[in-house]
Design a protein around this ligand. Structure first.
Ligand SMILES: Cc1ncc(COP(=O)(O)O)c(C=O)c1O
Length: 325
């Protein structure tokens, strides 16, 4: 999806013009992958523009660097305040927010700690990640021939850019074989996650998802779904999921900031349930839309952004769900 330039990007406490957000080709991150990021959505809700689970994302950002013996020089509060100010400055009423940090220019060699850490936040408008019809119709996915990274080689709980080399292999293979997304197994053959999404199955009225030990990023949308499903009266369990269970589930959906809650209608061309979006998935999508579309916030997940001048533009998934109501 093409990025539309905005007025500013936030860099270590200052706003800089979009075009000046550049880096040297000999920066450490380019050669050795020393970079971490977050992905956050701001929704144009019925109660105004609001950022979804902002502090939780910024906390995970801190944790991602901690795994690599690195401390972010900006607190969760500072980063959160900066994200709100950036949205206002760029006059975006719904957006994707991308905080990121990387090791910059200075020294060559694998050891990273002698290179400066640069911290940025960028924002842009972003629609439906898997296409406009994904939320409504569901998508077709495959099990990837690539395994997910292993916990003791590249820790998946750190949202490090290098992990996404594995994701790129998965995604390219899936697209070239005609699927919307690929699902990785962990080294034990259990389901881990998609190239950029967590996985949920519905089986006999219960909802199951792989544990974080299965080489996955513990998604904030994943946690959101657990809370919403619990409130709807469903039992949610973390359990190891062998590959074959993908073929026998009644319903399946993927979650993530980019895909939100996207139903899966087939895996490896085998229909999930009846090959249509199931009732449990729909209920969870609806409960999610109560927060992100209606702006009802019983869980304290929304950070409202005092109004900017732009006209509201709903994301594709938001539009689909609005149409359903
Ligand atoms: C590999 C991977 N897994 C899962 C997720 C879902 O995480 P979240 O719901 O926090 O966006 C993402 C997206 O950030 C991801 O890149």
């Amino acid at each position: 999806m093409a990025i539309t330039p905005t007025r500013s990007i936030w860099k270590d406490g200052k706003f800089i013009p979009f075009k000046q957000a550049t880096t040297h080709v000999l920066s450490h991150a380019i050669h050795y992958g020393s970079s971490w990021f977050e992905g956050i959505r701001a929704y144009h809700t019925a109660n105004g523009t609001a950022i979804f689970r902002l502090a939780d994302h910024m906390k995970r950002f801190h944790q991602s660097l901690k795994v690599y013996r690195t401390t972010l020089p900006h607190s969760v509060d500072e980063l959160s305040t900066a994200a709100v100010a950036l949205l206002q400055r760029n006059e975006l009423s719904q957006a994707y927010i991308r905080p990121f940090a990387f090791r910059g220019f200075g020294n060559m060699g694998v050891y990273p700690q002698n290179n400066p850490l640069e911290v940025y936040i960028a924002t842009w408008e972003w629609g439906a990640y898997l296409g406009d019809l994904a939320a409504e119709m569901g998508v077709d996915v495959c099990v990837s021939s690539w395994d997910r990274i292993t916990p003791n080689s590249l820790p998946s709980i750190s949202k490090a850019a290098g992990n996404y080399m594995n994701s790129q292999l998965v995604k390219m293979e899936a697209i070239e074989n005609g699927y919307a997304e690929g699902i990785c197994l962990d080294t034990y053959g259990n389901v881990a996650e998609g190239s950029g999404e967590n996985i949920f199955l519905v089986m006999d009225g219960e909802i199951i998802t792989p544990p974080s030990a299965s080489s996955l990023l513990p998604g904030i949308t994943r946690d959101t779904v657990c809370v919403l499903a619990d409130a709807l009266g469903y039992r949610v369990r973390e359990q190891n999921i062998p590959r074959a269970q993908l073929y026998t589930a009644d319903e399946m959906f993927m979650t993530g900031t980019a895909v939100e809650i996207t139903p899966v209608r087939s895996v490896d061309r085998i229909a999930v349930g009846k090959g249509k979006v199931g009732p449990v998935t729909r209920k969870i999508q609806k409960a999610f839309a109560q927060v992100t579309v209606e702006g009802n916030d019983p869980y304290g997940w929304l950070t409202f952004v005092p109004s900017s001048k732009t006209s509201p533009k709903a994301s594709s998934q938001t539009k689909q769900l609005n149409r359903k109501k």
